[in-house]
Design a binder for this molecule. Structure first.
Ligand code: HEC
Length: 121
């Protein structure tokens, strides 16, 4: 008599569910991509960048056009800026630190925003 026990399959399914729910609870998990991406100005507002980067006065963070100006002609600017957006840091515009955004946006989304920021005048 053949005994095709369904047990291993059930165990596998349970394990997969547990794993998925655990990773959903992990607070350190990187951001999940938002697709399709909205236009950059809308996306920047959705990602709360404007809490510090206002568009009229430099209060807590540099203005987008000043950032664009600072990196004019720098071929590595998109990479540098997206890395800074993800990891946070200070030193480019003073000692105020920008908090890391990796829980908020993905690297590709940061690149998308960096490209837009670099075009602001
Ligand atoms: C809590 C305030 C805060 C928030 C929120 C914030 N930033 Fe910043 N950001 C800063 C500060 C302060 C600096 C200046 C850091 C420096 O001098 O290196 C900065 C610098 C930058 C720079 C220039 C980095 C460099 O090294 O030249 C970019 C690009 C940038 N932010 C993009 C963003 C984007 C995109 C978001 C939203 C996802 C965002 N920031 C959210 C405070 C903030």
């Amino acid at each position: 008599m053949l005994n095709h026990s369904p047990q291993p399959l059930i165990r596998f399914a349970l394990g997969a569910c547990l794993c998925a729910s655990l990773s959903a609870c992990n607070n350190d998990a990187p951001a999940q991509p938002t697709l399709p991406l909205p236009p950059a100005p809308v996306f920047i507002a959705q990602k709360h960048c404007l809490a510090c980067h206002t568009t009229d006065a430099e209060v807590r963070a540099p203005l987008w056009p000043n950032i664009a100006d600072h990196y004019k002609g720098d071929k590595e600017a998109v990479n540098k800026l997206s890395e800074k957006i993800i990891k946070g840091g200070s030193g480019s515009f003073g000692s105020t630190k920008m908090p890391a955004q990796y829980k908020n946006i993905t690297t590709d989304e940061a690149k998308y925003l960096a490209e837009w920021i670099l075009k602001q005048k």
